[in-house]
Design a protein around this ligand. Structure first.
Ligand SMILES: C=C1C[C@]23C[C@H]1CC[C@H]2[C@]1(C)CCC[C@@](C)(C(=O)O)[C@H]1[C@@H]3C(=O)O
Ligand SMILES: O=C(O)CCC(=O)C(=O)O
Ligand SMILES: [Fe+2]
Length: 389
């Protein structure tokens, strides 16, 4: 299927980095937005180093499809099997798929189709929702408003979801940002996020069981949460082997629920090889993020993954990122807390770090830990510099 609308990015020459360039994130003066049009070669800013873009191995990642319906129907043997499958997957590569999730198939389809409808809009209309600098919310094309190189071959639309408010936060976002014509789309994503939140709490119960930690610890930790919904749109690419839809990274968030269409492109790094994750019709991909790795005191792994693109088919994926309420202190349950592998932190701090100081990649949590509290040697060096200045 060839995309019905212009595809590969043809960015304006990304503006010069401003004073925050040293932070590794370009914050150009004007929000550059890529105007996607077909070109035979990809623009230089979209070329990734060979190490990041190297080809995947042929062998798909063999990850379990866990039937989470067992948490509803009280099947004790099924529960034991599901907990064992989750434990084996999360202690190694951090990925599994779920069936029996109860998410309405028509709603899932409407959410994927809504993403296509949005990304097919004229650029000027999409720009009405462009990302507010320093936040994750809004529309971006290749993150060209943030970075000047290794641009991802994708467009994204992200918005926050928290069920504290009485008001339908997501539905209001669409109507207020894009106008009353988008109210139906907003209602679809409002309902989709509500179902994603419910599924994430079910998965938290399964994670408690599989880790043998206090029942309810994780479910209650996230009962009042502040999550991120992200629609990814990956256009066909004339040189897919030279770029990436999403670069190698670990999700800084706690848990990711990924609904992908039937195209494929998600890959996970296992034993030094990129392993494709094939779409399983009706299933959703789950992965552990940095915040949950810290909540499990390192027992469950937040692992490197990426999204590759292809020459012929556009691809869509919807990522629901479960995040704690901003001010919650991320700390493992008492039964799993010694010796501590990560410091206490809040999601607000980690979120701010990824949006203003550091491009989430393969070492985000380590970089964040150092940013939070530089090792004594660094602190002494910093004090020396300050004293001399
Ligand atoms: C907190 C977040 C930052 C990103 C979106 C969520 C969780 C995943 C992060 C991201 C996808 C990791 C790869 C780099 C990134 C810049 C991207 O390609 O979109 C990251 C997101 C972001 O900073 O917008
Ligand atoms: O699109 C995909 O398959 C993966 C996207 C992803 O990892 C992300 O948005 O964090
Ligand atoms: Fe990710």
């Amino acid at each position: 299927m060839v995309a019905e609308h212009p595809t590969p990015p043809q960015p304006h020459q990304p503006p010069p980095m401003d004073s925050t360039a040293g932070s590794g994130i370009a914050a150009p003066a004007a929000a550059a937005v890529c105007d996607l049009r077909m070109e035979p070669k990809i623009p230089e800013p979209f070329v990734w180093p060979n190490g990041d873009a190297r080809p995947a191995s042929a062998a798909e990642l063999d990850m379990p499809v866990v039937d989470v319906g067992v948490l509803r129907d009280g099947d004790a043997e099924g529960l034991r099997r599901a907990a064992a499958q989750v434990a084996a997957a999360c202690a190694t590569h951090g990925f599994f798929q779920v069936s029996g999730h109860g998410v309405d198939a028509a709603l899932a389809r409407a959410a994927l189709d809504g993403a296509s409808d949005f990304f097919r809009l004229p650029l000027a209309e999409k720009r009405r929702a462009r990302r507010v600098p320093g936040t994750v919310s809004g529309y971006t094309s290749a993150h060209a408003d943030r970075f000047a190189s290794k641009l991802p071959w994708k467009e994204t639309l992200s918005f926050g979801f928290h069920d504290r408010a009485a008001a339908p936060v997501v539905a209001d976002y669409f109507s207020s940002t894009l106008g009353p014509d988008f109210a139906p789309m907003g209602r679809v994503y409002q309902k989709y996020c509500e179902e994603m939140k419910e599924l994430s709490l079910t998965i938290m119960e399964l994670l408690e069981l599989s880790l043998g930690v206090e029942r309810g610890y994780y479910r209650e930790f996230f009962a009042d949460s502040s999550s991120i919904m992200r629609c990814n749109y990956y256009p066909p690419c004339p040189e897919p082997e030279r770029t990436l839809g999403t670069g190698p990274h670990c999700d800084p968030t706690a848990l990711t629920i990924l609904l992908q269409d039937d195209v494929g492109g998600l890959e996970v790094l296992v034993d030094g090889e990129w392993r494709p994750v094939s779409p399983v019709p009706g299933a959703m991909v789950i992965n552990i993020g940095d915040t949950f790795m810290a909540l499990s005191n390192g027992r469950y792994k937040s692992c490197l993954h990426r999204a590759v693109v292809n020459q012929r088919r556009e691809r869509r994926s919807l990522a629901f990122f479960l995040c704690p309420r901003e001010d919650r202190v991320v700390r493992p349950p008492p039964s799993a807390a010694t010796p501590r592998h990560y410091p206490d932190f809040t999601w607000a701090d980690l979120m701010r770090f990824t949006q203003r100081h550091y491009r989430a990649d393969t070492r985000t949590l380590d970089a964040f830990t150092r940013w939070l509290a530089p090792p004594a040697a660094d602190a002494a060096a910093t004090a020396q510099v300050e004293a001399a200045s």
